[in-house]
Design a protein around this ligand. Sequence first.
Ligand code: EPZ
Length: 429
Amino acid sequence: MDRIRIVGGQPLHGTIPISGAKNATLPLMIASLLTDQTLILDNVPRLADVVQLQRILGNHGVDIMTSGKRPGDDEYKGQTMHLSATRIVDTTAPYELVSKMRASFWVIAPLVARMGEARVSMPGGCAIGTRPVDLLIMALERLSARIDVDGGYVVARAPDGLKGGEINFPKVTVSGTHTAVMAASLASGTTVIENAAREPEIADVADCLNKMGARISGAGTSRIVIEGVAKLHGAWHKVVPDRIETGTYAMAVAMSGGDVVLDGARPELLQSALDVLALAGAEVSATNQGIRIARNGAGLRPVEITTEPFPGFPTDLQAQLMALMTRAKGTSHITETIFENRFMHVQELARFGARIHLDGETATIEGVDRLKGAPVMATDLRASVSLVIAGLAAEGETMVNRVYHLDRGFERLEDKLARCGADIVRVSS
Ligand code: EPZ
């Protein structure tokens, strides 16, 4: 199993290319099931989750072709993926596949919308929470699907097609909003979604669906209106840059010191996180190329944050910020409101000598002058990268175990950091 070895203390200088967003790529690939024509996605990141979803879509009959390198392409250029769901040969998503990646449950929406039936394994919980799918099911029922749960599978039926309706989410849910938008695109009549998620990935998927012939307005706001259409066609779409990858590298630079340009990043996709970084003492500026992050010599200041749905501070950057605050001059407080069990990194950060106290959904971090390298264990995608960030600033060697968690959501992480001067290598064993 691969591990990552880091020797801390190197400031970061240079440019880091930002990949396409994992959390846009997954629903965009799933949207290919909505049409019998070819959807071409550009700027697709090379991630384990993308490969896993290719297997799941292939099981439904989707042909997927990824273009080879073109003259002038560098090794960081995103992939171009052609997805053709000409014929859907199987409307069942089996447990063996869905249990490996939760977002694959979302295939239920295009399958029932286009084929009138879907049988999808319940995704189950994960390291960060129970993560029920009751709101996704509620949304499909609002679009007149009949839902049964049978032997660990959610069975959705709409033999006469879905019908537009009112969907009012009791809490903001990204997966619920994706499900509702995709399903309503092929429903007859109008659908209105209230209290919708406003994440940039929702707007990116809606933008792509509109290129495929859908009629969606208001994506990116809390009220989305969809006029259903009978059929969708093929399209070309470029995946939005990954705001979580952007925020992660920004935190890494603030932690190690240095001066880096995040190439292709878009500040408006993570403004709340950039504001917190500036409060903490990093220099943050937008450039023609993307975002420039620098910290030279100035100490880190403590912050108080609460994770919230977009445009609030993203839960997917909570662990990375906690790692940063372990070196702040003073006491910080971080409150996690989205997932009930998203502090698995606290015990691992303590191995570096960090001082973090948990009280319910709030972590109190007392900054220390120095961290010391240690062997640590990755537990989930974002927690694992917070250990890398701590290792970059810790004295001596850090060994991060179980890096397969990282590969799910970060493309070539150690290469991107090493090219900016970090002493980091992947160790295969
Ligand atoms: C998406 O998860 C992201 N995943 C997550 O990123 C991200 O943390 C999350 O949104 C919040 O921003 C992908 O896009 C693939 P939710 P999702 O539905 O859609 C509860 C990462 O690290 N809920 O907005 O599953 C749920 O349990 C991942 O890349 C219900 O109660 O999140 C959670 O507490 C981790 N019932 C809250 O709502 C439901 O039916 C928000 O969940 C659905 C959700």
